[in-house]
Design a protein around this ligand. Structure first.
Ligand code: PRX
Length: 656
């Protein structure tokens, strides 16, 4: 718990409703010091993005900057480049000995890998992949823990022009299987296991279960991380080390078209299976390199950047791998949990490697707040000069705590809004320029046209609230949903038309035109900064033989953002017992992954439905929040609500 003294400090700070102007010291050294950058980008967005694309090394310059055939768009058409070349080769002459990653394993082992080391490993693996028959245009699945082989595997794919599909190590065998099958991946790169809170996560076991139902997989490459005894299937499975040792450390980087696919990353949508978000080469790398440089104020020679996300999510793709490496920056890569072996693990790492920039999620910040300041206070955190937040709205209390107790009271906190789909940060302060307001992501990045619309598509204007939209494509935005372009149009462009991208978030504009994000407006939950759809969890529940019907809602939670509450009707002959509750939670973990387990399950004989039989989740959400259910006039079975409300009282306090 935060002790009383600190609580008082926070309250006092909040009461001041302070705004934080950048300090003269920070501004004097910042990568952006001139507000004119915004006007320049707004006056000629194409020229602005061209100037950012010039940050990269192109084998061949593009003929045309931008083509907009709404809702589709293309960038730097005709341009040729290679992402691995941009992330590695071009730094070798000037910075080959610079550390790319200070890697910290959870059990305490560590390695510092230079740009030359990484280049060597990537080339060998790229040659290894070629030997296994992988070529340009193929897809490779990656299911690895947070070890250096993970970025190496992504870059090896990029080097030869194969698209990768990284699946978060916390996902189950079934989730992995579905993602592999959707993209018809030919090779899977996995590990024997990974460490999490001192336990071993059996990745190879999951991979074996998944691959048993994946016809497209020809080879499985296995990194030996935990050295556990794992099944190696003859003819299919190859040890990573054996594969790369036999290869040359030279491998020419494939010349890729700017619009060639770089990767697929799956994310939850409101309905159906997860969506394979497709990112391309030139635009994506331009966006992540530019935002990383300007928002995190990167000085590649001196900064030690730590994005404490998992590479299995887009945050890790863009700000652990592609942004930092494109900028030749040194990053920290930590394998494990923040509280292993103790709750000061992160702060020990910051101290040891003298991290200068930390980028994490509000849920982590709130957890650290709960653990108390004794943990950060044990360590010297004075190296930190800038802090970032991502994944969900950050409450002002957490913002202030972060700045005060982690950032030493003066580090700017940049709250960054973006999504898997946008590829790069879209709304954020520029730390040398923008006056910060705790709780607001502030304003759109140069070249990004964000606004807030009402239900009919009208501008809400300053002081109004409604739907966040992006009114012009930006280079790092995704191009489509893999194999389902119709869903791309329907999901994002139906609400306001083909030219206006609707990300699914609500937002408010304050009198200064600052954006205050209000969370999702659809059936997507945000659990500890991770997107999970109510539909996915419901499908997993009804897949269990004891379940007749299920409805899932998110319940606001002071720590996690949201927790998952499930309302379940058991089939005839089954009782809603504690045993069934445990079984169902395990079942969801098996079908999707532990992150999607309902926090609470309420058994009920029926669910509230409209006369046409549609489940009214809105009412269940009210009940889960402990509020009186809203309008019930269209309900066919109103009495069930009282019954469910009575049972939901057991949800009790929010921090259980
Ligand atoms: O609802 C927004 C929330 O996270 C969603 C995107 O989730 P995902 O694609 O998993 O990417 C997460 C990391 C980029 C958004 O639609 N979100 C993300 N950042 C913020 C946020 N909500 C409020 N403030 C943010 N800074």
């Amino acid at each position: 718990m935060v002790d009383k003294e600190i609580e008082k400090t926070i309250e006092a700070l909040l009461e001041e409703r302070r705004e934080f102007k950048p300090s003269a010291d920070f501004t004097s050294q910042a990568n952006v010091r001139e507000a004119a950058i915004y006007q320049r980008a707004a006056d000629d967005p194409e020229a602005w993005w061209e100037s950012q694309a010039d940050r990269l090394d192109w084998f061949q310059k593009w003929d045309k900057t931008f083509e907009w055939n709404a809702p589709h768009h293309k960038w730097f058409i005709g341009g040729k480049l290679n992402v691995a070349h941009n992330c590695l080769d071009r730094h070798l002459d000037s910075a080959g000995d610079r550390v790319a990653y200070h890697w910290v394993g959870e059990p305490g082992d560590n390695r510092s890998i230079t740009y030359s080391d990484l280049h060597d490993q990537v080339c060998r693996l790229a040659n290894g992949l070629k030997e296994l028959g992988v070529s340009k245009g193929d897809r490779v699945a990656i299911y690895l823990p947070m070890i250096p082989e993970l970025p190496a595997a992504m870059l090896a794919c990029a080097r030869i022009g194969a698209a990768h599909s990284v699946v978060f190590g916390g996902f189950s065998a079934e989730s992995l299987r579905d993602r592999i099958n959707d993209a018809a991946c030919r090779v899977l790169i996995t590990a024997d296991g990974g460490y999490r809170r001192g336990q071993i996560i059996p990745l190879k076991l999951n991979a074996d279960d998944a691959v048993a139902e994946c016809e497209s997989i020809e080879k499985v490459i296995v990194v030996q991380r935990t050295l556990e005894d794992v099944n190696m299937q003859e003819g299919r499975d190859i040890v990573y080390q054996d594969l790369i040792e036999a290869q040359s450390s030279e491998c020419e980087a494939e010349s890729m078209d700017s619009e060639d696919m770089l990767y697929i990353l799956y994310t939850s949508g409101t309905t159906g299976k997860p969506k394979g978000i497709v990112h391309t080469t030139g635009g994506y790398l331009t966006g992540v390199s530019s935002t990383h440089h300007l928002i995190f104020d990167i000085k590649p020679e001196s900064d030690v950047f730590w994005c404490a996300a998992d590479i299995g999510w887009v945050t890790g793709h863009s700000y652990i791998v592609y942004g930092p490496l494109a900028n030749g920056c040194t990053s920290i890569l930590y394998e494990g949990a923040p509280d292993w072996p103790d709750k000061d693990r992160w702060w020990g790492i910051v101290e040891e490697y003298k991290a200068t920039i930390l980028y994490t999620a509000p849920t982590a910040i709130r957890t650290m707040m709960k653990w108390g300041i004794d943990y950060p206070n044990k360590h010297d955190l004075t190296s930190l000069r800038l802090l970032g937040s991502v994944g969900e709205p950050i409450n002002p209390e957490a913002w202030i705590w972060y700045q005060e107790f982690i950032g030493g009271g003066d580090a700017p906190v940049v709250d960054t809004w973006w999504q898997t789909e946008t590829g790069a940060i879209m709304i954020s302060a520029l730390p040398g320029l923008t006056t910060l307001k705790p709780g607001s992501a502030t304003i759109a990045f140069p070249g990004v046209e964000a606004d807030v619309l009402d239900d009919k598509g009208g501008l809400v204007g300053k002081g109004g609230g409604g739907y966040l939209v992006l009114k012009r494509p930006t280079p790092a935005m995704f191009r489509t949903i893999f194999g389902d372009d119709e869903r791309y149009r329907k999901t994002y462009f139906e609400k306001f038309g083909d030219e206006i991208y609707f990300p699914g978030d609500g937002a408010k504009l304050d009198d200064d035109g600052y954006f205050w994000l209000l969370g999702r407006v659809d059936d997507v939950m945000n659990v500890a900064g991770h997107r999970i759809s109510t539909y996915e969890v419901e499908s997993a529940l009804v897949d269990h033989q004891a379940v007749a019907e299920a409805a899932v809602v998110g319940r606001k939670d002071p720590k996690e953002g949201e927790t998952i509450v499930a309302f379940v009707t058991p089939r005839a002959g089954h009782e809603g017992t504690d045993e069934l509750m445990i079984e169902l939670r395990q079942h969801v973990a098996k079908v999707i992954g532990k992150l999607a387990r309902p926090h609470a399950i309420i058994f009920t004989d029926d669910l509230p439905k409209t006369r046409s039989g549609k489940i009214m989740r809105r009412l269940l959400r009210d009940i889960a929040e402990g509020e009186k259910p809203g309008d019930v006039t269209t309900l066919q079975n109103a009495p069930i609500l009282d019954e469910i409300r009575e049972k939901a009282k057991s949800l009790g306090s929010r921090d259980g």
